[in-house]
Design a protein. Structure first.
Length: 241
């Protein structure tokens, strides 16, 4: 199958602004007022509207690591940058909808937090169900790696890592893309877990198809994704779809 004709300029000037609206960085911290030296880990999230719920989605392993670290340090808090200039910490336990280790996904109900979501949008998963992915389909995502993170005395900032690539393997529960030709290093991927992955077709419209679950430098230097279709309208996660 011939790959679609999508140029680098298409990705930068048309696709990237669309994707940017539905994702952002998350982080763990013991102090929002003085982040410097107090952020042991960060990740990424996506926002989706199922028709029944507005959800924040990230990886199960990110949430699991937070709970493990918090068990050792009860002062640890879960933070988000819905607006980079206004980071917030939130009690996510009360907003938990579902978590599934097999899918490596966790969902949170965002209804109580809509007033603080800033300029971000919720991707309408109800009206735009994920299409079938084929090998050599163009995929695009924006993650927020820890590399280049700015921990100031009273602020925090994250770089955006945009990745355009091709699907190289499509399985029943995961799909993958090779990123060995992008010239990126391992540290460029630390913190992108949870970032939403979009399929790009020649009409330049984006369609949410999955969430980034990991980077495996020793596994053919590729990214792995879990399917967005595993999220039910009520926010629960269906491993068997």
């Amino acid at each position: 199958m011939k790959p679609p004709t999508i140029s680098r300029d298409d990705l930068i000037f048309i696709i990237d602004p669309q994707v940017r609206r539905f994702c952002g960085p998350l982080f763990f911290t013991t102090s929002l007022h003085t982040p410097s030296g107090n952020v042991p880990h960060n990740g990424s999230f996506g926002l989706v509207d199922t028709g029944e719920k507005k959800l924040l989605v990230t990886c199960h392993h990110v949430w699991s690591e937070f709970k493990e670290l918090r068990s050792r340090n009860p002062e640890l808090k879960f933070g988000f940058c819905f607006e980079m200039a206004k980071p917030v910490t939130i009690d996510m336990d009360s907003l938990l909808v579902d978590e599934d280790k097999r899918c490596d996904l966790v969902t949170f109900d965002m209804q109580p937090l809509l007033p603080i979501c800033g300029g971000l949008k919720f991707y309408n998963l109800n009206q735009n169900r994920p299409p079938k992915i084929n090998v050599e389909d163009v995929l695009y995502l924006i993650g927020f790696p820890g590399k280049g993170r700015l921990d100031g005395e009273d602020s925090i900032g994250f770089p955006r890592q945009a990745i355009g690539t091709l699907a190289t393997e499509v399985g029943r529960f995961r799909f993958y893309s090779s990123i060995g030709n992008l010239g990126l290093q391992t540290e460029d991927f630390g913190g992108i877990s949870g970032s939403p992955c979009f399929l790009v077709r020649e009409d330049k419209q984006i369609r949410l198809v999955g969430f980034t679950t990991g980077y495996a430098p020793n596994d053919m230097n590729r990214l792995s994704f879990t399917y967005a279709k595993s999220i039910n309208p009520d926010g629960t996660i269906n491993y068997m779809f």
